[in-house]
Design a protein around this ligand. Structure first.
Ligand code: CA2
Length: 145
């Protein structure tokens, strides 16, 4: 049976490739989705890949995933540093959660140093660019199987 993984992307990540390539790289979110689909195929994983600019929509998707998935990958973007609501929603899941960031928030402004996701995460992958998403899927394959 294949592992089911939900990949969630937070606000502004739909703008990737259009601004700040020196920080986030030049790949678009569609490129990252393709990279994830290729990696998932080689790991025999079933993935859903979503992005929202709305905190409540992300919360609802996490709630809907309870008991439906084997792993979650989340780049909560700006909500990483602000969202108690996402922290609370992620606590509903019994499957492993991997936190991903394209850049390394620890090496940037002070307000990016705290993460509400990290206490829930089995692993945090940061500063690896788009490749971090593929690493997250590989990590889930070894944890969740
Ligand atoms: O490095 C990451 O992946 C971040 O999660 C990206 C977030 C940032 O708030 C986090 O601290 C670290 C920002 C995503 C914004 O993406 C943009 C893409 C293109 C143009 C402008 C913003």
């Amino acid at each position: 049976m294949s592992i089911k993984v939900l990949i969630l992307n937070g606000p502004n990540l739909n703008m990737l490739g259009q601004r700040e390539p020196e920080i986030y790289g030049d790949q678009t979110l569609a490129d990252i989705e393709k990279l994830c689909r290729d990696q998932a195929a080689s790991l025999e994983m079933e993935i859903a890949f979503r992005q929202s600019n709305h905190e409540g929509e992300l919360v609802t998707w996490i709630q809907d995933a309870v008991d439906q998935i084997d792993g979650l990958v989340i780049n909560a973007a700006g909500y990483t540093h602000t969202s108690v609501a996402l922290h609370d929603a992620l606590k509903l899941l019994s499957c492993p959660v991997i936190e991903v960031h394209l850049s390394d928030p620890q090496e940037r402004e002070d307000f990016r140093h705290f993460s509400y996701i990290e206490p829930i995460a089995a692993r945090v992958i940061k500063g690896q660019g788009a490749e971090g998403y593929a690493q997250a899927l590989k990590a889930l394959a070894s944890i969740a199987s």
